[in-house]
Design a protein. Sequence first.
Lengths: 101, 498
Amino acid sequence: MIPLSHFMMISAALFCIGLFAVLSKKNAILILIGIEFMLNAAILNFVAFSKHDKLASGGQVFAVFAIVLAAATVAVTLAIVLNVYKYYKTIDPTKIDQLRD
Amino acid sequence: MNEFLPHITQLLNSAIKGFSYLLPELVLLITFILVILGDLFAPGKRSTLAFGICIAGIIISILVGWIQNLDIERIVLFDNTLVLDSVSISFKNIFSAVTILFAIFIRYNKALQEHKKGTGDLYMLLPAVLIGLNLMSMSASLLMIYLSVEMVSIASYLMVGYASADKKQTEAAMKYALFGSICSAVMLYGMSLLYAFTGSLNILDHDFLLRLNMLSDPAVSLALLLVLVGIGFKLSFVPLHFWSPDVYEGAATPVTAFLSTAPKIAGFALLIRFVEPFLLPAQPYELPEVFDFRTILAVVAIATMIIGNFSAIWQNNVKRMLAYSSIGYTGFALMAIVAFEGSGFYSLIIYFAIYSVMNMAAFMLVYKIEEHTGQTDIRAYKGLGKVLKPELICFVVVLVALTGLPPTAGFIAKLFIFSSAFEYYTSSGSVVILIMLITGAVTTVVSLFYYLKIPLFAYLRESETAIEPVKKRDFLTYVIVFLTVLLVVFGIFPGLLS
């Protein structure tokens, strides 16, 4: 039996890796991958802790919804990134800066 | 498996009973499908059929909701997932009205109509985003909060990126989508921590607060702050505001008008639902000192008002200026949540009803001038007062309302918030609240400087080149005049609002 604290530690590590990728990567698609890491950290927590919530199994239901919504968001964002590439010929967010104060 | 069996009947009954209260949303769902089909089989030149179905569907959903909600005090649906009470019903009406105005705005926007993709798909998004907004105002469980926020977010990304006619629009869409997904991922992690701590997704659950109280304070504060990040993105309050000027400037003007109104108000509806159990627990047990929402939100409100209003002074682009001013408005509205003491969110609802009228009218006017001169720069407004006479007169009235001066409705809106915050200050005597009140008053004066820039250029500066006169006015001008009259009437007879 794996204790729940192990799941929490792994998910915290995943979240931090994702956050690091989001903050440091200079490529829109790698940032999206970082976001996926963060989402999966949360999903892991939900599934692990639904052990305490057997009757409603809210955590497992939440995990399923989160996976579906993550896929939908990524589909939309990839389409937008593709559009950006068409105009800028780069997907480095630091170089795409026509809108600024 | 067997442990579930006794509960199945109860769950099914509550689901069947719940659907009868979701009729407005079901009507919108059917509208969504009909708009897709209508636009597929009869695209027409301006997607007239899709526009008609969209408007009709939203109006039917308002009527259905109105008939059904006549005698509803407070109902909890779907096993404590949704709450239908007078607050959420008022918010739903505001969202429907804003969406109808948005549809009309799209219909009379040349840039979108001439786009090669047409506007049929944009009309399709409206019922979908309205369902999301309605659910945001009703959600009482973490799952529903996440689902509804994502529903609105995905539709908003699509709206911003929809008519990607130039570099700026695609850039705005990418910034919005990336920043939005990051914030919602952070929020989801915060929710997963809250679920881990309490074993329940329902924020109205009595055990939810009690179990949070059993944990160490830093852990709970971290989880709640992470959830606030997600809501804060929708509200664009200060540490999370920097996407909004860029997105508002880059997106098409009708989309900007919509984004700065409906999702922001829905974010407030969500924040109300989320903080309500912490500020006012339903059971008379001792309020656990879990997390001091009031102080955190008061500090955020002060920072938001200062940064929003002072940044607006330096802007030359009208859309960017209105974006910063709407950030300032967020800070002002946060005052009402900080001061919330059980007299209901009446003042906040009136504030948002008036805010949505002012904001839609302001952006419609920005578009009208953009259509005529092709500019969104304030310096290009020189001498327009002589050409676009009715438009500029309306603009001055709307700007006076945005500043919050009598005799317009903007004054009433700010007065309600101010008096409720002041009442809370006199009963609590907190210093932070006093600083918040002073900031609110000072920034209102500051806002005069940038709002009055528009009449200054339009009336007092002469244009070097001759501007051609307006040939004919379309329906949108009448809508603007109607909204402006509404602002003045509500300002003189505030009793009409209730």
